[in-house]
Design a protein around this ligand. Structure first.
Ligand code: AMP
Ligand code: MG
Length: 400
């Protein structure tokens, strides 16, 4: 009797239980896109470091409209004025330039008339007007980014503004993607009878890279036992994570499971109560996690999203980022699967307070185009009959 199928949550738990965190390395922040912080980043100084102008205008002292002030200098971004401003004086100032000592406000240039080195103020000015205080964005010592944060563009900018030159980040997991199938041809190659293009390989490599991993291009393997075993053996030596596409079922041409068994890779699960993605295999060989994903392209992406991605992220110590919304309301009814949870590709929209989810076209596992424009996976619990429109369902992130 085959072992009973396990739930999505149980399968993910078994993956996370086998994850071993990778060591950390220090890299230039500018090169740390998509990496995961292995320590907090604190501001090394105040940001901005000095009181600066929020406007192009004149640094002056506060006071009523109608004053005539002497123009005594200029403070530009990167070239501060060393003049200490006295009563009755004004210093021309650019946005971001240091406010000179003695000035208490900036008046915008559209609120003055300037003639013969005289500045006539046309508006009253209060202390602090248009001045950005030192440390207004962050104070020296403030924790700007927490350990476990995945660095996107905004995080890189904030870390650099905070004074960081290098960041301690997790090593990149080494991933190898192997695609099994006699029918597979590389992208752009002409197809012979019964052949298709290897779309999974480049997709899975792309998804692994988007999860912070390093991966060479995928390799195609014929459905031959010896070659399958040799390629898996080499990948196990090199990688933290091996992802195999196809060949994991129980047909006469599916050699992945017996090859992994003879390489001593220990099975942690086989078969998930999931549609698409039931024939998913996971095991561990030494320190290497091995995912045997189904060959159908949608199944491969869905199972990567649900199982491989959390594992690769956890290796780097990434704190899971919740999707757009944890839940959404279905706009249409969905026929349930009596035994398996469904991972529906959906488009999300905000409607008032709610997030609504609409299935993104046909949901069959070979329809790779159903992934285009999908924002998330909506989980439809197993059961009889329809899940009605208006029902709330849980969402899972769908990387792209
Ligand atoms: P398998 O899991 O090997 O039984 O494959 C299931 C289905 O996925 C078959 O229709 C395969 O032709 C297809 N398939 C397998 N590998 C790939 C791949 N790398 N790219 C696109 N389709 C694939
Ligand atoms: Mg196959």
């Amino acid at each position: 009797m085959p072992a009973p199928l396990i739930s999505i949550a149980e399968a993910r738990q078994r993956v996370l239980a086998r994850v071993q965190p990778l060591e950390a390395e220090r890299v230039p922040v500018a090169h740390a896109l998509d990496r995961v912080l292995a320590e907090d980043i604190q501001a090394t100084g105040d940001v901005p470091p000095f009181p600066s102008s929020a406007m192009d205008g004149y640094a002056i002292k506060e006071g009523p409209a109608g004053r005539e002030l002497s123009l005594v200098g200029e403070s530009r971004a990167g070239a501060p004025s060393d003049h200490t401003l006295g009563d009755g004086e004004a210093v021309r100032i650019s946005t971001g330039a240091a406010v000179p000592a003695g000035a208490t406000a900036v008046i915008a240039q559209e609120n003055v008339d300037v003639r013969d080195h005289k500045v006539l103020t046309n508006a009253p000015v209060l202390s602090g007007d248009h001045i950005r205080a030192a440390g207004e964005v962050m104070r020296a010592g403030t924790v700007v980014l927490r350990k476990g944060t995945t660095l996107g563009a905004a995080e890189l900018g904030a870390a650099i503004a905070a004074g960081a030159g290098k960041a301690l980040v997790s090593r990149r997991p080494e991933v190898r993607v192997l695609c099994t199938g006699d029918e597979l041809r590389e992208p752009g190659e002409p197809l012979g009878p019964g052949e298709i293009h290897n779309s999974n390989g480049p997709m899975l490599v792309a998804l692994a890279k988007r999860t912070g991993a390093s991966s060479p291009p995928s390799t195609v393997l014929p459905d031959v036992r010896d070659e399958t075993e040799a390629a898996l053996g080499a990948a196990l030596e090199e990688a933290h994570v091996v992802i195999v596409s196809g060949g994991v079922s129980v047909g006469p041409h599916d050699h992945v499971k017996p090859a992994l068994a003879s390489l001593g890779v220990e099975e942690a699960f086989w078969g998930v109560a999931l549609q698409p993605g039931k024939p998913t295999w996971f095991g561990v060989g030494g320190k290497t996690l091995v995912f045997g994903l189904p060959g159908n392209p949608v199944s491969a992406v869905v199972t990567f999203a649900l199982f491989a991605r959390p594992g690769i992220a956890a290796m780097q110590g990434a704190v899971a980022k919740p999707p757009f919304s944890a839940q959404a309301t279905l706009t249409t009814g969905v026929r349930r699967n009596s035994r398996r949870e469904q991972a529906l590709r959906v488009r999300l929209e905000r409607r008032g307070e709610k997030t609504i989810a609409t299935p993104n076209g046909p949901q069959d596992s070979h329809v790779v185009t159903s992934l285009i424009g999908a924002d998330a996976l909506a989980l439809i619990p197993a059961g009889e009959g329809m899940l009605e429109a208006g029902t709330n369902v849980a969402l899972e992130p769908l990387p792209n």
